[in-house]
Write a protein that binds this ligand. Structure first.
Ligand SMILES: [Zn+2]
Ligand SMILES: [Zn+2]
Length: 495
């Protein structure tokens, strides 16, 4: 957001936050090719994360010094006053200006158009092109995106993309500059108006440092902010239809407030509101409202799973104008190599979440007693016990139907007739081919297993329909011997 990237934006001083680099790491091939001179002249030549240790996240969180928590006492000292001024003054001056300035329809239209132009500079440019490299853009398109992105006044491409790459890499940790676990206010704007409590995690932007347009924008950032943020929208309205003041107030200031909070919502609302159809490990969520206010960045659960995909919305009817814009640029030859994640993998993520929800439903239901928990009863004992209580044997299981005699749709007599007998054939079509629901209910009445069990070929009769497609975790499958069965299949193939 700032015109001057804050101190935390520079690559972290590795010496202070990581264990000393071992000699072995120093002989890494990437380092060997770089002479000391190269390194001094172009420090970005080596990716910032080339030598981070394997325990980087836990080590850094434990050892890197963080600023103290913000309290009322230290608030004035902990505010980033430049950001407070920009984010606070723009809406105030804009609203006061609007009170004294009539809104002409041409200026209203222009303000909305320029909101989309500068918004796309961020979503299609800063975000999907530069932070994520999800497509290639021709030079003219890159210059336009860099210019309109500057008009959104959210920092240079390089600063923005560096923070955003850290956000993706360390999502929901304190190395994520807009860590959503610190609350909606923090992720929306708090992380800018307060001094960062710690440096964002290491993220490599050496590719951007080599990009001439990114460098050009970074070098001239202050001038570009003034030209694109204020001058250009004012001049268009002034020269176009003589509304200089309206252009300044509506297309300049108030449009900027909307672009700010629209894009800030990608860090706040998109990590707070909606569903997680692809993965619920972290906070990103999908929601139409977020998509509507962020020019299509609202399918954020998808985006965090597949960040190099040029799309946020994968369904044609979902609102993602940034995707449509990139696609349209490809049609006219301005963009190319649009990246999409394999649909097979996308659907796997969806299926996993669907199974998870089904599993939760499964766990709310009662299921028949496990075979191993039921007593094994001989045929003689079954017949003896059936004299005292209404027991019926079906498919190798003994069932107590005492509470069902009056409920049986076919009448009590069909049950009593089978007490102490094997009713398997009668139950499965001999007298009436019972419904799945009946089979499920019958299984709930199991009280024992007949010694010797059910004859072979009765598997579909011993397992009630509701349990034939049960959702079991991998560890449960291994425990029940499913994995060894798979192994012997493999041996069979090899043999
Ligand atoms: Zn995010
Ligand atoms: Zn992203």
């Amino acid at each position: 957001m700032s015109s001057v990237p804050p101190a935390c934006s520079s690559p972290p001083d590795m010496a202070t936050i990581t264990p000393p680099i071992t000699p072995k790491q120093n002989t890494d091939a990437t380092l060997r090719n770089v002479t000391p001179k190269d390194f001094v002249e172009n420090p970005d030549h080596i990716p910032a994360d080339a030598n981070i240790p394997d325990n980087y996240v836990s080590y850094t969180l434990k050892h890197q010094k963080a600023l103290p928590p913000v309290t009322w006492d230290n608030l004035a000292n902990e505010l980033n006053w430049l950001h407070v001024a920009i984010l606070g003054m723009t809406p105030v001056v804009g609203l006061v200006g609007a009170y004294y300035t009539r809104l002409r329809w041409e200026t209203a239209v222009w303000s909305v158009v320029y909101y989309y132009m500068t918004g796309l500079g961020i979503t299609a440019g800063y975000h999907r092109l530069w932070a994520h490299r999800s497509y290639n853009a021709s030079k003219p398109m890159q210059y336009l995106l860099a210019l309109f992105g500057a008009g959104a006044v959210e920092g240079s491409i390089r600063w923005w993309a560096r923070g955003h790459r850290a956000h993706h890499r360390y999502t929901d940790t304190d190395l994520d500059p807009y860590n959503a676990h610190k609350g909606l206010w923090w992720s929306h704007i708090g992380w800018m108006v307060l001094k960062p409590r710690r440096k964002p995690g290491v993220a490599d932007v050496s590719d951007l440092s080599k990009n001439e347009i990114v460098r050009w924008q970074h070098r001239h950032y202050l001038q570009l902010v003034f030209i694109m943020g204020v001058l250009f929208p004012t001049v268009v309205a002034g020269l176009g239809w003589g509304d200089w003041k309206g252009g300044y107030v509506y297309a300049g200031l108030l449009r900027l407030v909307f672009v700010h909070h629209s894009t800030f919502c990608v860090n706040s609302l998109a990590h707070w509101l909606g569903e997680a159809p692809f993965d619920d490990k972290h906070t990103p969520r999908d929601h139409l409202i977020t998509a509507l206010v962020t020019i299509g960045e609202g399918y954020h659960n998808f985006h965090h799973q597949f960040p190099m995909d040029y799309r946020n919305a994968i369904k044609w009817y979902q609102y993602d104008p940034t995707k449509w814009f990139i696609w349209a640029c490809q049609q006219v030859g301005l963009a190319s190599h649009l990246k999409t994640f394999p649909d097979n993998e996308v659907r796997k993520g969806q299926l996993t979440m669907q199974l998870k929800r089904l599993r939760a439903t499964q766990e709310t239901l009662s299921w028949p007693s496990d075979n191993s928990h039921l007593p094994v009863i001989s045929w003689e004992s079954y017949q003896t016990q059936a004299k005292d209580r209404p027991l019926i044997c079906v498919a190798g299981f003994i069932h107590d139907v005492s509470d069902f005699l009056e409920e049986h749709p076919g009448g009590r007599h069909l049950l009593t007739k089978n007490i102490g007998r094997d009713a398997t054939t009668a139950f499965f079509g001999g007298v009436y081919d019972h419904s799945n629901a009946a089979h499920n209910l019958l299984a709930m009445k199991r009280v024992g297993v007949l010694h010797g069990g059910a004859p072979h070929g009765l598997e579909d009769k011993t397992i009630p329909p509701s349990q034939r497609l049960r959702i079991a975790s991998y560890s449960e499958l291994s425990a029940s011997g499913y994995s060894s069965a798979a192994l012997s299949d493999g041996e069979g193939l090899l043999g």
